[in-house]
Design a protein around this ligand. Structure first.
Ligand code: NAP
Length: 538
């Protein structure tokens, strides 16, 4: 399994700082930068061996961003923007990881973090009004503020198929991909799952391996990346509009273009919009279709367009039918952006195993046994997804005021105020937490918006001479109700997606991201009204 570069054993740290930041992905890195700029002392912790978060762990072949790189970039520093050059429209994982490393070096952020260190207990002390953070390396750090930059997709689901521990070959989870290169040449490979991780990796594995068996439970909608080197002219055109783009972000744009809210496309407009799904802009073309997740007529048109494309691309009509997504509206599970996914099924060495026809009975020492066959393989890959949005927070033992545990508070689903705080957990902030747009936006944009908001809130608190900031239960109740009401107006509830926690057995079925419009405007208004819905005390 994963062979993360290990830092040498070290003595446990015991210290008092202004803020603890958990996670050295894009959220944690920028949070540390802002805290230090404001003169606060910071201790960061990161479970991985280095910076990069999701891009540190997900090293599977074909991993790349699904939002164009020019947009999937920090905007907080013009110098950073000017000096960094992306090589492709959708940058590959190693390049995005280089970017995270460049940012860490350029702004001197690495020194704030202890790596290979997992945070366990996070406890609020009512007497001192500080958090005590303990780690698996024996560290104990006290801090006034605790900021969770722990990511939305950072806890891979553990393989849960009967017998998986019996498999004698190489077993890999995509979200914990080994650091060393895996040689697929001449190998038989079983790939379980057909989400983004599988869809990105399968064509590359298939180009090398002897056989690839793709075990599909639910066919997914995937749009072509049409990835290509980034031409200088494209970068120049983007830079022309960069100041306006940054201003639009400041005004509330979630980092991806959105159509006007009241646009009802007519038949001709809808046809053009659905055809744009094949223009290589992937998720951006999907989110450019007005009311795609709210209006069945519009959703059906887009879904049917993709279904027809699958049938065009896959030569065998029976196979094409099995690969055609049918039982949920498009975009209600996160759509995938691929390079040659569907056409790879035309290869002789790629076989689809439809688990609806022949379910997996168990994993054996030699491979995968379904109801009608045994597939002997050398490599078994679990591309089976994540305990999304709440997984990393629930893995820690977070205890707030009055001994309240976050796990107990969220036993029936996450409850937050604005996706930024939880009532009863003063001075603890979640970057892109449940109840905020997070995974439905450009994540880097949402990270910057949240970090900036949290930083302003901390500066405001200190300027007022107060010790704690805490969401009130009333404000939280109202926000949770609003988040649910917004979700209820959409088609999202019709898919068994990780947005709803439906992919994790036993997880409460609650739609976790915020789908309403103008989120940033709302949180800025809350700040402008003296942090309405928060109690500032002490
Ligand atoms: P995912 O979308 O949750 O897909 C997991 C797949 O595994 C699904 O096809 C699921 O089937 C299947 N599965 C799960 N448990 C199974 C079981 N016990 N037996 C058989 N099949 C099983 O996970 P992911 O592909 O890792 O992607 C998760 C998210 O990460 C994406 O939606 C995206 O937001 C992000 N991501 C982004 C990129 C990118 O392009 N930048 C790349 C990878 C991931 P069901 O659908 O039937 O549950």
């Amino acid at each position: 399994m994963s062979a993360a570069a290990k830092t040498p054993d070290r003595a446990p740290v015991s210290s008092k700082v202004d803020a603890v930041v958990v996670g050295a992905g894009f959220a944690g890195l920028y949070m540390v930068h802002r805290l230090r700029q404001a003169g606060l002392s910071v201790q960061g912790f990161e479970a991985g061996g280095d910076v990069g978060g999701t891009w540190y762990w997900n090293r599977y072949p074909g991993a790349r961003c699904d939002i164009p790189s020019l947009l999937y970039s920090y905007t907080f520093s013009d110098e950073l923007h000017d000096e960094w050059k992306w090589s492709e429209k959708y940058a590959p994982q190693p390049e995005i990881l280089n970017y995270a490393n460049h940012v860490a070096d350029r702004f001197g952020l690495r020194s704030a973090f202890l790596f290979d260190t997992r945070v366990g207990d996070v406890t609020f002390n009512e007497a001192t009004k500080r958090w005590t953070v303990k780690t698996d390396k024996g560290d104990t750090v006290e801090a006034q503020f605790c900021i969770m930059g722990t990511g939305c997709l950072s806890v891979p689901k553990e393989p849960d198929i009967k017998g998986h521990e019996d498999f004698k070959g190489l077993k890999i989870v995509t979200g914990r991909w080994p650091h060393e290169k895996i040689d697929f040449k001449g190998k038989k490979v079983a790939l379980i799952g057909t989400g983004s991780s599988a869809i990105q990796s399968m064509p590359i594995i298939a180009a090398e391996a002897a056989e690839v068996y793709v075990f599909q439970r639910t066919p997914n909608f995937s749009l072509p990346a049409l990835n290509a080197p980034l031409a200088d002219a494209e970068v120049a055109a983007f830079n022309e509009g960069y100041a306006a783009y940054k201003e639009a972000l400041r005004q509330g744009l979630p980092g991806i273009p959105l159509p006007p809210e009241d646009w009802e496309p007519n038949a001709e407009e809808l046809k053009a919009l659905t055809e744009s799904l094949w223009n290589g802009m992937g998720l951006l073309s999907l989110s450019s279709i007005p009311k795609i997740t709210r209006d069945r007529r519009i959703n059906d048109a887009a879904a049917d367009y993709v279904r027809a494309k699958v049938k065009e691309l896959v030569k065998d009509p029976v196979l094409a039918q099995k690969l055609t997504p049918g039982n949920f509206p498009i975009a209600t599970k996160r759509a995938c952006v691929d390079t040659d996914y569907y056409v790879s099924f035309n290869r002789d060495n790629v076989k689809l195993v439809d688990l609806n026809d022949t379910p997996i009975e168990r994993i054996t020492a030699a491979g995968v046994k379904t109801s009608d066959a045994q597939y002997d393989v050398d490599i078994l890959i679990f591309a089976t997804g994540f305990d999304a949005m709440t997984g990393a927070l629930m893995k820690m033992n977070i205890t707030g005021r009055g001994g309240k545990s976050l796990r107990a508070e969220w036993a029936h689903g996450p409850r937050t105020y604005l996706g930024l705080q939880v009532a009863g957990f003063p001075n603890l902030f979640t970057v892109t937490g449940p109840g905020s747009p997070s995974v439905l936006s450009n994540m880097i944009t949402s990270v910057e918006q949240h970090v900036d908001w949290i930083m302003d809130a901390i500066v405001n608190l200190r300027a007022k001479g107060k010790a704690t900031m805490e969401a009130t239960p009333t404000a939280q109740d109202a926000w949770v109700q609003h988040v649910n009401a917004e979700a209820d107006q959409t088609l999202y509830g019709e898919a068994n997606s990780w947005y709803l926690g439906a992919n994790v057995p036993g997880k409460p079925r609650v739609f976790m991201p915020y789908v309403g419009q103008n989120y940033k405007i709302r949180i800025d208004e809350v700040a402008a009204k003296g942090y309405e819905g928060f109690q500032l005390a002490g």
